[in-house]
Design a protein around this ligand. Structure first.
Ligand code: SIN
Length: 491
């Protein structure tokens, strides 16, 4: 891998402003998911070093939180500028450790940086309230304060954006942070730490603890009472465990968990728009996205025309090495991901689904699953109930609006849903009836720093991005100010 700033590739943890090895020099290996080649080895932290990171964040909190928002904003803005300046290196690093095509990695760096820029500004607008009092000699105020030390446990599918989406609002309002990145992608997290250091982030404010032992590090972060907030993106099963572990210290939580997004195409939809939206939503990041279209429902009247165009588009997608020009889809992240996709497809075919595009691993590489289109899918198939997290699109035919709403909502998940159609009355009805935290209407791309990202049901709670994203890192304090001169009319 060639980087124009080689220092961006870090292999030590970042704690209290210092690059630190694990106690005993323990390391773990980071591999390229396409070739399985070793990229490097990284400090493998355990509970003792994680405790030190919490100590550092706790010690840094009073000073950082007492700065003005404008002061913190200047540092965040410098961090944003550095991400932007180093976009190409960050994208190269990401494609090597995560596998996604370079164009998508570049897009993710821009997307990730946008959270820093957005919250550098929005952090200046944390307002409280002066509330009409119940007594003439008292005043009631509600002020907002940073919650305290934040632990962020982040996934491998968006190894930069899922960190900045949590860390930027936390830092903007005055919290300090310990990030535990996914074991598949610690390098992007450490590159962020390097750029934070370059941006002048004070020591202890932003710490990164790479590890191959997520349960050990997670239990320190959930068990330490000084950590006042945990923000997690990942599977619903792990989210539930972290919630249980956090109960002992009653942490404030944000959980952005799994999804099972329905993508509905009504008879009056624009076919080309709906196909482009389905491809973007389903095959972005090789389908390894919580908001990926997981189930595509197509109304009978438009079914044949839609499938013909979708099949052509899926057939055009190239799977391969992310650094090669022309690659649309990279490898799956690891062997477990591949096994899961193969199991879901085999079960669907067993139960009567037909593969009309793709199916199986391509010659390009052992984890390169072909972009796949499955017709005649049914709700009793495992693929209808589980998050696919791979480039496989099951398609279902439906007749009525009522029928598809019931099918779409028939899942414990409630992250994102999508639909295409042009009847305005139906758009309002369907948008209201879908039991999801986010709904894309005539678009397959909904993620942006300006909007509140998050789910309902077993997809979790809390919102990331937008003005609401700040609230997750704030607590309200009520001040009752008594003993004042009784208020006079008109004053
Ligand atoms: C995710 O997969 O968790 C996030 C995807 C996005 O931000 O669009």
């Amino acid at each position: 891998m060639t980087l124009s700033t080689p220092a961006i590739l870090r292999t030590s943890a970042y704690i209290n402003g210092e690059w630190t090895d694990a106690d005993g020099g323990r390391t773990f290996t980071v591999r390229d998911p396409f070739s399985d080649e070793v990229i490097t080895t990284v400090a493998d932290l355990g509970s003792t070093e994680t405790q030190r990171a919490v100590d550092a964040a706790y010690a840094a909190f009073p000073e950082w939180s007492s700065r003005t928002a404008a002061d913190r904003s200047v540092i965040l803005r410098r961090w944003f500028d550095l991400l932007t300046a180093h976009r190409e290196d960050l994208a190269t690093l990401m494609t090597h450790e995560q596998g996604k095509p370079l164009a998508e990695s570049r897009g993710e760096v821009t997307y990730g940086a946008s959270f820093i820029e957005w919250f550098a500004e929005e952090g200046k607008r944390v307002y409280g309230d002066v509330i009409p009092s119940h007594r003439t000699d008292a005043r009631i105020l509600a002020i907002k304060q940073p919650v305290g030390v934040v632990a962020a446990i982040t996934p491998w599918n968006f190894p930069i954006a899922m960190i900045t989406r949590k860390v930027a609002p936390a830092l903007a309002v005055g919290c300090t942070v310990v990030v535990k990145p996914a074991e598949d992608t610690p390098l992007c997290a450490l590159a962020l730490a390097y750029l934070a250091q370059e941006a002048g982030m004070p020591v202890g404010v932003f710490n990164v603890v790479p590890t191959s032992r997520p349960a050990e590090v997670g239990s320190v972060l959930t068990g330490d009472a000084r950590v006042r907030k945990l923000s997690f993106t990942g599977s619903t099963a792990t989210g539930k465990k972290l919630m249980e572990q956090s109960a002992g210290t009653l942490k404030k939580l944000s959980l952005e968990l799994g999804g099972n997004a329905p993508f509905i195409v009504f008879d009056d939809a624009d076919i080309s728009g709906a196909v482009a939206g389905a491809v973007a939503s389903k095959y972005r990041n090789g389908g390894q996205t919580c908001v990926s279209a997981n189930r595509i429902f197509v109304q009978s009247g438009i079914y044949d025309a839609f499938i013909e165009e979708l099949s052509r588009s899926v057939g055009d997608l190239q799977v391969g090495r992310g650094t090669e020009a022309g690659t649309d889809i990279g490898p799956l992240i690891n062997d477990a991901a591949l096994t899961k996709v193969e199991r879901l497809v085999a079960d669907a075919v067993d139960k009567g689904a037909r593969i009309v595009r793709g199916g199986g691993v391509a010659d390009a590489g052992p984890r390169c699953y072909r972009p796949t289109l499955l017709l005649d899918a049914r709700p009793d198939m495992a693929i209808s109930r589980e998050e696919v997290f791979g480039p496989v699109a099951p398609v279902y035919r439906f007749d009525t609006e009522a029928e598809v709403i019931e099918l779409a909502n028939d899942t414990p998940y409630g992250l994102a849903a999508y639909f295409y159609g042009n009847d305005h009355a139906r758009i309002w009805r369907v948008a209201g009836a879908l039991d999801y935290g986010m709904v894309g209407i005539n678009t397959g791309m909904i993620s942006t720093a300006q909007a509140p990202f998050g789910g309902v049901k077993e997809s979790g709670f809390g919102r990331e991005g937008s003005k609401y994203g700040l609230e997750d890192y704030l607590v309200i304090k009520y001040l009752c100010w008594g003993g004042l001169t009784p208020k006079q009319t008109g004053r």
